[in-house]
Design a protein around this ligand. Structure first.
Ligand code: ZN
Length: 230
């Protein structure tokens, strides 16, 4: 039997710095169902805002379920207003705000788990965005743990929240945006600052974070913005 000849080995083209492949969750024109989960009103905006707006900017038709677990009174209004602002150009948006006690999530575990089970029955996400599992804030960790516990056959991407605890991790997935760092999500974050929902120092801190994350993502040009880990 004649041996089959191998076709010519094609050498990979040389890659330039910043020429990384994108994680192809959805292409322009495709629908993508995203479940965003945050413990507090500003968490999703800070941790995953650039990724969400970047998808919309690239023409992905997002169906977003935006779930915030702890927002009462004025903060509830802020959570709704901010989510509406972020998702104004999404294909569809559902804003889901609960009223668990801020700072006490580990002690409300059974009630929060029951809420997660209800959430699973009313959502059918392609991908889930939630807190990083080693976040130093106990409410954030509880949300991350119950997200993995409840959504066992879904892709889950975790996001970081910069804060004084210094608990940033080692992300292994990055979502670059087309815009310069901060350009997409900064207006929305500044909107939160104006409403008094976000301490002012966090805004420059969030801008500054994009610089080391560009190095981690091999993007020397001001191109990448947000970092996530799985
Ligand atoms: Zn939070």
């Amino acid at each position: 039997m004649a041996a089959q000849r191998c076709s010519a080995v094609r050498r990979p083209r040389s890659r330039k710095a910043g020429d990384m492949r994108h994680m192809g969750i959805a292409r322009p024109g495709e629908r993508l169902s995203v479940l965003c989960i945050g413990a507090h009103p500003d968490d999703i905006e800070i941790g995953a805002g650039a990724t969400i707006l970047g998808w919309i900017d690239r023409g992905v038709h997002l169906d977003v379920h935006w779930a915030v677990l702890s927002a009462t009174g004025r903060r509830r209004e802020e959570a709704h207003a901010s989510a509406k602002s972020f998702l104004a150009t999404a294909h569809s948006a559902t804003i889901d705000v609960a009223n668990f006690q801020d700072g006490f999530f580990p002690y409300q575990g059974a009630d929060i788990k029951a809420w997660f089970e209800q959430l699973r029955r009313r959502t059918f996400p392609d991908v889930i965005l939630c807190h990083w599992h080693n976040d130093a804030h106990q409410d954030h960790r509880q949300v991350s743990s119950l997200t993995w516990n409840t959504f066992r056959d879904h892709p889950i991407l975790e996001y970081e929240i910069p804060k004084w605890d210094g608990d940033l991790g080692q992300p292994n997935v990055y979502f670059p945006t087309r815009a310069p760092p901060g350009a997409l999500w900064l207006p929305a974050v500044q909107g939160l600052v104006r409403r008094g929902n976000l301490p002012e120092p966090r805004t420059p801190a969030r801008c500054g974070m994009s610089r080391p994350r560009r190095i981690c993502g091999g993007l020397p040009r001001p191109k990448a913005d947000i970092a996530m880990t799985t």
